[in-house]
Design a protein around this ligand. Sequence first.
Ligand SMILES: [Zn+2]
Length: 46
Amino acid sequence: MLLLKCPKCGNKMKYSSTTHILTKKRKRCVYCGRSFKITDNIVKKV
Ligand SMILES: [Zn+2]
């Protein structure tokens, strides 16, 4: 499980990956709808 931070609105959200390959993957922010790169916005691994 990863803790991600949205670069636009700053909200944090959890992300559980089904694969170990995170490069180039994107997540859509559940708060503002912006999609961002997972690898650039990891706060910490949970
Ligand atoms: Zn956001």
